[in-house]
Design a protein around this ligand. Structure first.
Ligand code: VG1
Ligand code: CO
Length: 540
């Protein structure tokens, strides 16, 4: 077999952020752009010759072309075993599970997650290590550094592999295995949750609608919900992965899963509505006319964790990303478990999970998970809810209302302001940071500023420091504003502003509750002054 090095030149924009390298398809389409990224990853890894590499993606445009390129490069770089999902598909949590099950050296996942797909959309590549977790920050930095001075990549002359059927192909000393992307993951879910109880729930007439948003979870959901658990055919909608996600923005939230939200609030609402994102690691849950916030959902998982046999005696502690509302902390306090606060991004949970300081973690962006895999896991979260509903016979609304009664209710809202002028976001954050010493004591709208600080994080396991993860503004009235720059934009920059406030009264109007805090946010940040009127705004 012909293995050869191809000379190449570095690109200046190849940096691996919180979730790998994400760029427009047109950027990835440039000569050697993908190859440079892949070879840079391989160049930063040691002693993988003869070992197993898993490759799969969320099915978006460019997925299968990229897979063929990567297979040829992995063969040339001397991996001994390459496992690829049939049709090029593998969800992020399924990859994480497979890494552990097959004791793989690592995995390359082709996804830009919630970013839109199609020819005009985004593409992405991320690397997961042998524990199943995303590449830690230091490794991501090493990839970026290598990208900046790469001068050759290795590839091989082999025919394209037929990804449409399961098979095993030997090429020189490498075995290429095309596998069913669903079955291993589905079997594992069955080990974790009480499928018999959930089956009974469905056979008693319980109705659910799951929106796969034309992305990777469709085949997983059809098999698990409809075939294994007996949910009515048609439970899964938008179930076929499409290269452009059918024009949808595969982010399960109130803005982008609007049809599902409308269904949940309609007369025909099923008992449960759920959705997942592009690569299957995030989720959304709605009961009848009832939206479950990600922070509340995480707290519900903590509350019911030990009721699931798989987790009995294994609730070590929990963690949430900084902008996630603090109801999890209240549950942990009650259960006498440690609760950690991390910067945004799943990789910050890895060490805590591995060292058994925590078993549960989550983010305000609809991501949650446990040690069952080292990624956040959308379908797992939905199955957890189904298991709780089957155990209690209660509705999502009832379950969450009971939680509020016990621990108080936190209102939250996240604003995203996207602009092509990336420096506007930096200016706003710099201006705010420079005001930090002068803000405490100031009265803003009905609030008094109490404490303002830059969020820095020291990993409790490795003592590794991560600085400048956003600005925290603690206000009176149990309110908080948190400001940071998104790490997953493929171009320009996105400012994220997270509002949260704990309610004192028992039944305030949810629509109006945060209006004072929203006014305070505008006064404090002067978003319009820095970003003008052109920023694209979304709120969840
Ligand atoms: C967003 C979310 C963050 C999540 C990340 C990756 O990041 O806020 O909570 O971990 O996406 O999710 P950012 O930096 O844009 O705010 V995914 O579904 O891309 O794996
Ligand atoms: Co995702």
């Amino acid at each position: 077999m012909d293995i050869f090095a191809v000379p190449t030149k570095p690109y200046s924009d190849q940096t691996f952020g919180t979730s790998g390298l994400r760029k427009k398809v047109s950027v990835f389409g440039q000569e050697h752009y993908l190859e440079n990224a892949v070879q840079s990853i391989f160049d930063c890894l040691d002693n993988f010759e003869g070992k197993t590499l898993i490759i799969g993606g969320d099915g978006r445009y460019y997925n299968n072309h990229a897979l063929q390129v990567i297979i040829k490069m992995a063969v040339a770089n001397q991996f001994g075993h390459i496992i690829v999902g049939q049709d090029g598909l593998l969800s992020t949590p399924a990859v994480s599970h497979l890494i552990q099950k097959r004791q793989a050296f690592g995995a390359i996942i082709l996804t830009a997650s919630h970013n839109p797909g199609g020819k005009e959309g985004d593409f992405g590549i991320k690397y997961n290590i042998s524990t199943g977790a995303p590449a830690p920050a230091a490794l991501g930095e090493a990839f970026s550094k290598r990208c900046a001075n790469i001068d050759r990549y290795w590839t091989s002359k082999i025919p394209d592999i037929d990804l449409s059927k399961q098979s095993e192909i030997n090429i020189s000393s490498t075995l290429i295995e095309i596998i069913d992307p669903v079955i291993d993951y589905a079997e594992y879910c069955q080990e974790i949750f009480d499928f018999e109880a959930i089956k009974k729930l469905f056979s008693s007439g319980f109705k659910m609608t799951f929106d796969a948003m034309n992305a990777v979870t469709g085949p997983y959901a059809k098999y698990i919900f409809e075939e294994k658990l007996g949910a009515t055919p048609g439970t899964v909608v938008h179930g076929k992965p499409l290269p452009d996600f059918g024009g949808l923005h595969p982010e399960p939230n109130l803005t982008y899963a609007k049809d599902l939200v409308d269904l949940a609030y309609s007369e025909q609402a099923p008992d449960l509505c759920a959705a997942s994102d592009g690569d299957g690691d995030r989720y959304m849950i709605l009961g009848k006319s009832f939206f479950v916030t990600p922070a509340d959902s995480l707290a519900v998982f903590a509350e019911y964790m030990e009721k699931i046999p798989f987790y009995k005696g294994k609730f070590y502690g929990a963690a949430r990303s900084m902008p996630t509302a603090a109801i999890l902390d209240a549950v942990c306090q009650k259960l006498k478990k440690e609760c950690y606060q991390t910067p945004t991004g799943w990789k910050f949970f890895g060490n805590l999970l591995e060292s058994q300081k925590i078993s549960l973690c989550g983010e305000e962006s609809f991501g949650a998970g446990t040690f069952h895999v080292m990624e956040k896991d959308g379908l797992w979260a939905i199955l957890f809810w189904l298991n709780i509903l089957a155990l209690t016979g209660e509705s999502p609304k009832k379950i969450v209302q009971k939680l509020w009664k016990k621990y108080g209710r936190f209102y939250t809202k996240t604003y995203s302001y996207h602009t092509d002028a990336a420096k506007d976001v930096d200016h706003l954050i710099d201006a705010l940071s420079s005001k930090i010493p002068t803000l405490p004591g100031k009265k803003i709208n009905n609030f008094v500023v109490q404490k303002v600080y830059l969020f820095d994080y020291t990993d409790p396991v490795t003592n590794e420091k991560t600085t400048n993860q956003g600005v925290v503004i603690d206000l009176s009235e149990d309110a908080r504003i948190f400001v940071r720059k998104s790490g997953t934009s493929s171009s320009g920059a996105t400012l994220k502003v997270y509002l949260s406030q704990k309610s004192k009264t028992s039944t305030p109007d949810p629509a109006l509750f945060l209006t004072d805090l929203e006014t305070a946010m505008q006064d404090l940040l002067q978003i319009q002054k820095y970003m003008g009127n052109k920023a694209e705004v979304s709120a969840t």
